[in-house]
Structure formats: C-alpha cells, structure tokens
Design a protein around this ligand. Sequence first.
Ligand code: F6P
Ligand code: MG
Length: 448
Amino acid sequence: MTTITPNNPPFPAYRSTDKGSFAWDSTVRRWPSILDNAIADLEKAIDKSTDDQARQEGKKIRDAIVDLKNEMAADRPLRLIADKEDDTADWNRHLATYFAGATWFGGTWLFNECYMYRRLRESFSNSTCWRQYDPFGDQKLATFRGSHGSVFDLAHKMPTLIQPMTVEQHEIVYDELIQVCLWGNATDLSLLTNMTEEDIKRLQAIEKDKLAEQKKKILVDNIEPLWQKIKSLQGSRVDFVLDNTGFEVYVDLILADWLLQSGKASQVVFNCKTIPWFVSDVMPQDIPILFDACLDRKFFPGHETRSEEDFTALETMVRRWKSYVEDGRLIVREHKFWCSGLPYWYLKQEAPELFEDITKSDLAIFKGDLNFRKLVFDCDWPVTTPFKTAIGPDMANEFTSIASLRTNKAETIVGMKEGVKEELEKTVTPLEWRCSGKYAVVQYNSPS
Ligand code: F6P
Ligand code: MG
C-alpha cells in the first residue's frame, strides 16, 4: 500500500487536470470569477480612498491579484508563500513536503483551492494600509441583506422555540432547527456563481411543509442518532466549526441559542477562520458585524414597512446573543489550522493543542461543504464507505462526537446506503446531486 499524504489520499484526489470535472470548472471559471469580484470591490475601495499611500498600495494589490489569475490560467507551479504571517512557515512546509512541483491544475483541488485564498491574503498582508481589509466584506453584507424574510421569520419564532418544554417537544424543535441549520449552508458565496436567487430563497425556507419536502434531499440522514446525542446533553460544551457568515451563521446562532436556553449546553464555542476564506466564511470580526447589521433598523431592505414587533423580536434575540459573548457562554475564536490546505486527518498532527481542546467538548458540529471535504480527505471514495472510515482513525476514535451538516457542493461523498445512488441517478445527473448544493447530508460519528 502506498503512503497516504495530502497529495495522495486513500482514494484518487479530485484534480483540475480532469477536464470537464467540477474541479476543472473551478480552476478555469469559478476561481477567476471570484478573483474578478474581489478586484472589482477593491477598485471601488481604492476610488473611495483619499490617502495616497493606500491608493498606491491598493493598485499594487490589484496587480498582484491579476498576476495570480494569470499564473492560474497558465498552469504555473504553486510557489511558496511570500509574507510573514503566523501560518507562512506551515504553508511553505506543506508546499515543500507534499506539493513540490505541483501546478494550479495538477495539485489536488482541495489544496489548490485553499492555496488560492492564502495567496489572495498574501497580496493584502504585504501592505500597510490594507492588512485588515476583507475583499469579500461587501458581498457578505449584501447577501445577508437579501435574507431578510427568513431572518425576521426566525426571530419571531424564537420565543416559542425556547420556552420550557417536554422532551418530546424538544425533539420536534430539534428536528426543525437542525434542518434550518443544514439548509442555511446553501448560502455560500463561493458557489453563487452557480445558483439563482430563487434557488437560495427556496433553500432558506423555514416553513414546516417546505422543510419536509427538502428532507427528501438529505441523502445520508443521521438526524436521529444526532438527536440521541443532543438529547443526552446537559450543561455541556458544544463546538461549532463554522462555515459561512450571513444567513448561515445567523441560523447557527439560533441553534446555539436553543442549546443554551434549553440547558443542553452551558457553553458554545464558535471556531472561525483567520483570514478571508472561500468568500463568505466566518472570521471572528464577522460576528459583531452581523450583530450590528441586525440592530441597525435601516439595514434590511423593506425596513420602512417592518412593524415595531418585527424589530423588537430581532433586537431582543440579538441582544441576548451579545450577552452570551459578554458573559463567556459563547466563545468566538479562530485558529490558523482551519485555513491550512490539509484535510482534518492531519488535525491531531498539525494542531495537537486544538485537537485536545475540542476533544474536551461534548459535540463538535462541522458546518458546510469545505469542512466536509476536509473531514473525508476530499477523494473519490466508494459512496457507501462508512463516515467513520472516511474521517480517518484519529477523528473517528480519539476525537469527540462529531456531526457534519453539509449541502453537497463537491463530488466527494460517503455513507450512502446501497442502491441510493443508482436510484437517484435514474432521474438526476451526478453533477446535480453531488455539486449543486440542492442535496445534503447529515453525518454523525461518536468515538468508539
Ligand atoms: O463546490 C463549490 C465550493 O466553492 C467548493 O469549492 C467549496 O468546498 C464549497 O463550495 C464551499 O462551500 P461551503 O461554504 O459550504 O464550505
Ligand atoms: Mg464557506
């Protein structure tokens, strides 16, 4: 058996050399378009700036991003990272150890996609005036604005979800919230180049009948085993390894709020990214930005027609969330490992203190597609491979219980029952069920 490395997963890696694949489409179309959007927003910011140094540096950054696009199109080798951030040495060690000579098409899709966001960061890191600038900040806020309908609906619902209730009632609430939290992952801005606004609205639906309809699209459904775990929690710590800001983290906050109010959790830890990542991923600073947006009565479109009850429902809830942060019931933190290019099979080796720390938690909920890809090494597993096998021995047996709530936006998948794929493909193309974000999985593992 050959040795498993990040460039040599247990099953074949997805690579952009495979013409026509989703990885290939990313490299030739989606990533350049993501970089174009970042350039457009940066140019607006440069135009607005009155500081000469900022304008000059801004133009240099824009040129560096254009160079990055050209390198990609010419399939150049992945060069070392040239800045002085906390993770620069790690990135360069991974490049030299595992990806020496790899190119934009020839490296693994997972590593290369992460590398693109790290290179984008490099162009800002090396400046003085733009170190704190988020090239996706405007897009993040604009999309959150578009979620106003479901934002207010959920805020109105919240008091009924957190009132005292029986175990049976809790299960009903859980069943609904877990799905809202799952489908909230559809609001990922790195895939918006493939989805219509209508698609997103439908996936954000919170009404019961719509959720029941959506449930049919959960291809691996461990909602019940996950409930058995959540039911048993009492005054526990629950970690979220977050994905996207905006509507997704808003629904994560709703779930966290319910866990705290029901007494199942006494502490929730939000694990965030350190740098602008996959367009919409949460960095710690996105949380106060989201709170402020919700507390600004003019933020959402149609605010003129909103009632006092609408605002009060939202504000009461968001102020409670702020108080959780203030009194430490909600910890918002970051770690550089979440922005490395390695699968989580390497979490224990690369970030032992993080691994140990989350192991103290009673449950870790991994949100979204990229976290799923990293959990299962982003490779072409037989679709019926058990989740426990695909997450590797450390995560399967030595870590805490984990749940993965993911809408499918990439080819890799595991844990399907025999025959489900074949039945599905009678009516749906592989690209549709694997990559469109309209199908999903809820996977669960408890350590044995
Ligand atoms: O598949 C499209 C894509 O951008 C992937 O590259 C990436 O894994 C994913 O979407 C990001 O989605 P999420 O925000 O759910 O992690
Ligand atoms: Mg994301």
